[in-house]
Design a protein around this ligand. Structure first.
Ligand SMILES: Cc1cc2nc3c(=O)[nH]c(=O)nc-3n(C[C@H](O)[C@H](O)[C@H](O)COP(=O)(O)OP(=O)(O)OC[C@H]3O[C@@H](n4cnc5c(N)ncnc54)[C@H](O)[C@@H]3O)c2cc1C
Length: 447
């Protein structure tokens, strides 16, 4: 029997475990999942809802606790301190060891720290783990002023969490607008506005110098590079994440920022694989980054590596990029390639609703008119439709003509479809779409 050990019970490791079990029976493959954080798999993206009281921890578990026994997937709650790739052995914090035939590293990531003086004072934390959410309960009790540093997705989620407890938040970001290295300017402005409309004191172009503490060693203020000081009893640091790879030192497994993997998610050591947040792709597919620390990528990598481990070697082909998130009340979806700064080879058509909280951006190739990406704010499109349009390399004309197919909420489009098409014609008066005498767009404008 082959023993597969998986380190990490997040989406990547658990998807792999489930898919290996689908392909191999318990008499062929023994599966052990080791994780230090929680006994069972839970949805990390739902962590904020636990703090906000919308869900309990139990609700965030996609599978009942009996599922693992029933499927002969052994769960071990422990921390792997050392991987011995010569002996094929794991040393656990509890003092026990585990031998493996195949090892899958799915260790996820941890929050970054900048090394600011005082950043380890009590009341300063990130929001990545279940333990962080538990700590936040205690750390925010009785807090009158909170600060958050770092403007990514987790920062805005933390701001929303504190907001639901009526804790005033000052949110410091380095950039000119919220998440402006990912979002194009209009969307970045929209979210900055929306965050402020929700009562968050968002301050842009700010750099932290240090945190100061009180006599109990608890944070009492944050000092910025420009000398300004803000009092606070809680500080969130949300300045990005880095893969959990430190415990691999001396194992011979090649790492850089993450664990280096090839197209089949293999590391440099035979029978050792890596997936999810911790994996760094040597040759990422075109348009993709070497490290993709998002839920959907972890799930897809877990599915792919399961096949390879079960003797059906498979390359990781991520397909069309997709991600989604929520900034307070504004839902965000991105499909394909959306550049924060418009590139020379592309056009970016942008429509924004007059309420300033809904927008659609469609990026297309300037020469061919082929659509390469969608950015949606406050509007949801059907995943399979956008995915198909991008795979089929549909033109901007085609997409605008068939926009109603992507409607998640048809009522919305009854109201705005015409407006979107009109905006396009206004922005691109010389575009061939104007000469088109057939199809829905032409009909709309009586062309
Ligand atoms: C608050 C928050 C919100 C997010 N929102 C979104 C979102 O809206 N959309 C999106 O796409 N992504 C989102 N993400 C990112 C997404 O959750 C991650 O990309 C994904 O969960 C990573 O899954 P993973 O399986 O690679 O690792 P993880 O879920 O991090 O699991 C790895 C596990 O391995 C354990 N581990 C690590 N090292 C060891 C060791 N040596 N021994 C034992 N155990 C170990 C860790 O403790 C952890 O439990 C969010 C993340 C956070 C924190």
């Amino acid at each position: 029997m082959i023993h597969v050990c998986i380190i990490g019970n997040g989406i990547a490791g658990i998807t792999a475990a489930r898919n290996i079990r689908k392909l191999k029976s318990a008499s062929e493959f023994k599966i052990t999942v080791i994780s230090a954080e929680t006994d069972h798999f839970f949805s990390r993206t739902a962590l904020m809802y636990i703090y906000m009281g919308h869900m309990t921890y139990e609700h965030t578990k996609p599978y009942e606790d009996w599922f693992w026994d029933k499927n002969n997937i052994e769960l071990v709650r422990d921390y792997v301190q050392k991987v011995d790739t010569l002996e094929k052995k794991l040393n656990l914090q509890s003092g026990s060891t585990l031998n493996y035939d195949v090892l899958l590293l799915a260790t996820g990531s941890s929050g970054n720290r900048a090394g600011w003086p005082g950043e380890n004072l009590k009341g300063i934390q990130g929001m990545i783990t279940y333990q962080d959410i538990e700590a936040m309960e205690g750390n925010t009790e009785g807090v009158k002023q909170a600060v958050i540093v770092g403007g990514g997705l987790i920062g805005v989620e933390m701001a929303e969490c504190l907001h639901t407890r009526h804790i005033p938040v000052t949110f410091f970001i380095r950039e000119k607008e919220y998440w402006s290295h990912v979002l194009p300017p209009e969307e970045a402005q929209m979210i900055s506005r929306h965050v402020r409309d929700n009562g968050i004191n968002l301050l842009t172009e700010q750099s932290v110098k240090e945190f100061k503490g009180d006599s109990q060693g608890r944070v009492s203020s944050i000092v910025l590079e420009d000398g300004k000081e803000y009092h606070c009893q809680f500080a969130g640091i949300t300045i990005g994440v880095h893969p959990n790879i430190k415990f691999l030192e001396g194992s011979g497994i090649e790492t850089n920022r993450g664990i280096m993997v090839d197209e089949q998610l293999r590391t440099n050591i035979p029978d050792v694989y890596a997936v999810g947040d911790c994996a760094q792709h040597r040759n990422p597919p075109s348009g993709r980054r070497p490290l993709e620390q998002i839920w959907y990528s972890g799930r897809m990598q877990g599915e792919t590596v399961a096949k390879t481990i079960c003797g059906k070697p498979m390359k990781y082909v991520p397909g069309i990029f997709f991600n989604s998130a929520k900034f307070f009340d504004i839902e965000y979806q991105v499909y394909g390639q959306i550049n924060a700064q418009q590139q020379d080879f592309e056009e970016q058509f942008y429509w924004e609703h007059s309420d300033g909280e809904k927008a659609i951006r469609i990026a297309f190739d300037r020469e061919s008119g082929v659509v390469i990406g969608f950015n949606l704010m406050g509007i949801r499109f059907r995943h399979h439709v956008c995915d198909r349009w991008l795979r089929e390399k549909r033109s901007i004309e085609y997409v605008l003509e068939h926009l109603e197919e992507a409607n998640f909420d048809p009522e919305f489009y009854q109201k705005h479809e015409d407006e979107i098409a009109q905006k396009f014609i206004q922005d691109y008066p010389n575009h061939p779409i104007k000469r088109k005498r057939q199809g829905a767009i032409a009909a709309l404008f009586g062309l």
